[in-house]
Unconditional design. Structure first.
Length: 117
């Protein structure tokens, strides 16, 4: 098997996560996070849609980590994001982090909004 080292250029991959925190680009962030090509910030969770809607036109898909288990997004949040032209993919936060890193390495226009495990 051939292994290929992944490079992320200026983007910030998720390095790790644990109970109540994420580690992104060697920075530990407590609680929910929003990760884009512009940086890493705290996120207010599923009720905090403004920073997600601000990504319209800048990213194609937002991976929404719903915590330890996958769950449905509130219908109004999903509708707002989709109406603004954003794709939204809810999944458990560990899977969202992994998927984000893989697509980030491919140069895709994506973001990660994740609740901690």
């Amino acid at each position: 098997m051939k292994l290929t080292e992944i490079t992320f250029d200026t983007a910030r991959p998720v390095d790790g996560y644990g109970p109540g925190f994420f580690r992104v680009a060697d920075q530990v962030v407590q609680g929910a996070i929003l990760v884009t090509s512009a940086g890493v910030s705290s996120w207010g969770g599923l009720a905090d849609d403004a920073p997600l809607l601000a990504l319209a036109g800048k990213v194609d898909v937002i991976f929404v980590g719903t915590g330890e288990q996958i769950s449905h997004l509130p219908a109004d949040l999903r509708d707002k994001l989709e109406d603004s032209g954003l794709g939204v993919e809810p999944m458990a936060s560990p899977a969202a982090c992994r998927t984000y890193n893989i697509l980030l390495s491919e140069g895709r226009r994506i973001a990660l909004a994740a609740l901690p495990v």
